[in-house]
Design a protein around this ligand. Structure first.
Ligand SMILES: [Zn+2]
Length: 269
């Protein structure tokens, strides 16, 4: 059913993508327009009946007034979630190609098992023709933990958060750690408290940070709330009727919080 004209080509520059501004609207530019500004494309994946490709932007572009680069994060509110997902994946695919031109072991230029538009590759990998080392995209897991105690939520403000924004505690899993160990350690390190009753909630790919977020609920088990002052500059317990500014609805952090609010609002027997 799908025709070549329905394929999508996302032009990527860092974590920005090329968009077309209309009156009050913004959309990904057409494939025809994208081809004028794109470098070599890579296959991203399939969404519904469309094939998605992504390409780095050519250098030193002069764009017409109706086109511009927009930070992918800023498109959360304007694009459907499936589109946001594919845009994020496009950025990650382009970055993988750009960061693996050379073998990490012997520095020989790598080749890719790359499909030309119209054919899907079996695997996303770059191969060293000299020593045979294969490089796949690395997806470091990160845990995110929403801690509750007496109907209140532990929310923390990261050093790089927008002013006023609080969220659940999160951090990367270290080598040799289980998700559970990482959850306990991160909460203890970042805000100084111990947790118990750790329960898996859901996960979310986070291509802008090249990660997979794994969300947990947990209960407070002891210790004094004490932000580490480095990654976390502020942390506090919040009642459901006095929440601070929260992360955007698309984030797993927000979904954890919404899940708590919904559960907490359910009348108990
Ligand atoms: Zn090599």
């Amino acid at each position: 059913m799908s025709e070549a004209s329905a394929d999508i080509l996302v032009v990527v520059r860092g974590t920005e993508v090329l968009v077309e501004h209309g009156d009050e609207t913004v959309r990904l530019c057409s494939r025809e327009t994208a081809l004028r500004f794109a470098g070599a494309p890579v296959f991203v994946g399939r969404s519904a009946d469309q094939l998605w490709y992504a390409a780095p932007a050519q250098a030193d572009l002069e764009l017409p007034a109706e086109l511009g680069f927009r930070a992918a994060r800023s498109l959360f509110a304007e694009f459907p979630e499936a589109t946001v997902h594919m845009v994020g994946r496009s950025i990650a695919c382009v970055e993988f190609e750009q960061n693996h031109h050379f073998c990490g072991r012997c520095a020989t230029p790598t080749t890719r098992t790359f499909a030309t538009p119209g054919a899907e590759p079996n695997e996303r990998v770059r191969v060293c023709p000299n020593c045979g080392l294969t490089s796949h995209p690395r997806i470091p897991p990160a845990v995110i933990v929403l801690v509750e105690h007496d109907g209140q939520l532990l929310l923390a403000r990261g050093a790089n958060f927008p002013p006023g924004r609080f969220s659940a505690v999160a951090g990367f899993v270290e080598i040799g750690e289980s998700l559970e160990q990482a959850a306990h350690r991160e909460v203890q390190e970042e805000v100084g408290v111990r947790i118990t009753d750790l329960r898996y909630f859901s996960s979310q790919p986070w291509p802008f940070g090249h990660s997979l977020m794994i969300g947990f609920h947990a209960r407070y088990d002891g210790g004094e709330l004490r932000p580490d002052g480095v990654e976390i500059v502020e942390a506090d317990w919040f009642r459901r009727d006095a929440l601070p500014q929260l992360p955007p609805p698309i984030s797993i952090a927000r979904r954890l919080i919404e899940d708590f609010l919904l559960r907490d609002a359910t009348p108990k027997n």
